[in-house]
Design a protein around this ligand. Structure first.
Ligand code: PLP
Length: 389
């Protein structure tokens, strides 16, 4: 091994020592496996209609888009999906991206661009925002002022502190937080943003499909201001892949002209967008699935809390079981796997130090019996995990 390659090997060895080494799991679906590790919250990923819609879109528009949107890749399907998203989100316009990660990185980096703003932006961000939102800030060279998770009094304090500062202000938050399963108060966030003249950027990755009267996200419950930008994904409850930004026509034009991750990337595949549009169309009809999903999540939290487990501040389909120690968390995950139950073990740096957890992602496809089996197996696995350390 060369000296240079040894540095990578040493770095991985250090992660392994701390119980933080990541390995790819084998996620082929076994017949008897009960899966709580995914984000397929409505059970759409394997719905035949979506697969058929992908094939139909492929036959009509091609398997690939052949180029970026600004060159050869701007099909009618891209435009149609964007028009639907804008209409259902209550914005003037929308723009699709190949992934949610790319949407955040590209859109946030462009919106925070110092050259366009003529000044350094002041960015107020929830402490637990997703890595792709941080990446957008980093790409723009913008320093973030982090407020305590969901603590709008703390955000207000910081906004007040900078009230007289003429620099352009931004507030960034997820609406449903992916690792904690709790919710931001979107109405309050927008009212604070408007009061302090800030642009509000909301990430609805885990809310799209699950919340809102028609399933279009938590932001569906408020009238969006032109200065509010809402990002979301097709990769979680919609069961497909890709991301979108719903915004004013002005912001869309700006992103088309300034967002590197949009300009210099091949347009999302028609296969993916065909399936995404089919899933989007289904959302309003899936109200019973949403209600059942959230009711089952509530029941699961009650059972876990009764066992003395820490489910944090979860109020959604994402239920963490916070164990603290990464090795104990991995051992619990492995013990569950041996019983045919797959859950995710999430460790730093994805979550803060000391808050390693099992992450349970519920789906409308789970039954009450599935949840009973999960709770029963958790009792055993946590005991085994403790004994094995
Ligand atoms: C809050 C949040 N935003 C964005 C993303 C990125 O979305 P995608 O998986 O579609 O790239 C994720 C995915 O984990 C997420 O949890």
């Amino acid at each position: 091994m060369t000296d240079l390659l040894r540095r990578y090997s040493d770095s991985l060895a250090a992660s392994a020592r701390d119980g933080l080494l990541r390995r790819l799991p084998d996620t082929d679906t076994l017949p008897d496996l009960l899966d709580f590790s995914g984000n397929d919250y409505l059970g759409l990923a394997r719905r035949p209609e979506l697969v058929d819609a992908a094939a139909k879109a492929g036959h009509r528009f091609g398997a690939g888009a052949t180029g970026s949107r600004l060159l050869s890749g701007n099909t009618r399907l891209h435009m149609e999906l964007e028009a639907r998203i804008a209409q259902d989100k209550g914005t003037e316009a929308a723009l699709v991206f190949s992934s949610g990660y790319q949407a955040n990185a590209a859109a946030i980096a462009a919106l925070l661009d110092k050259a366009a703003l003529g000044a350094e932006p002041l960015v107020f961000a929830d402490r637990l925002n997703h890595a792709s939102m941080h990446l957008g800030c980093t790409l723009a060279g913008a320093r973030q002022t982090r407020y305590r998770h969901l603590d709008l009094a703390h955000l207000l304090e910081q906004l007040e502190k900078y009230a007289g500062d003429p620099r352009p202000k931004f507030i960034l938050s997820e609406t449903v937080f992916g690792m904690d399963g709790d919710q931001a108060d979107v109405a309050q966030l927008q009212s604070l943003a408007l009061r302090y003249g800030a642009l509000l950027y909301l990430d609805e990755a885990h809310a799209t499909g699950v919340f809102g009267p028609n399933g279009f996200g938590l932001a569906e419950t408020i009238e969006l201001a032109p200065s509010t930008v809402v990002m979301g994904t097709f990769s979680k409850a919609l069961g497909v892949g890709g991301g979108y930004v719903a915004c004013s026509s002005l912001v869309r034009d700006f992103l088309i002209n300034r967002a590197g991750g949009f300009i210099f990337s091949t347009a999302p595949s028609p296969l993916v967008l065909g399936a995404a549009l089919c899933a989007w169309d289904l959302l309003p009809s899936l109200w019973a699935e949403r209600a059942g999903l959230l009711a089952r999540a509530e029941k699961l939290r009650a059972s876990l809390r009764a066992m003395g487990l820490d489910t944090g501040t979860s109020t959604t389909q994402i239920v963490p079981v916070i164990l603290g120690d990464p090795l104990r968390t991995m051992a619990a995950r492995d013990a569950l796997a041996e019983q045919g139950i797959r859950v995710s073990a999430v460790r730093p740096p994805t979550v803060p130090q000391g808050s390693s957890r099992l992450r349970l992602g519920l789906s409308a496809a789970h039954t009450d019996a599935d949840l009973e089996r999960l709770v029963h197996s958790l009792v055993q696995s946590l005991g085994e995990a403790l004994r094995s350390l």
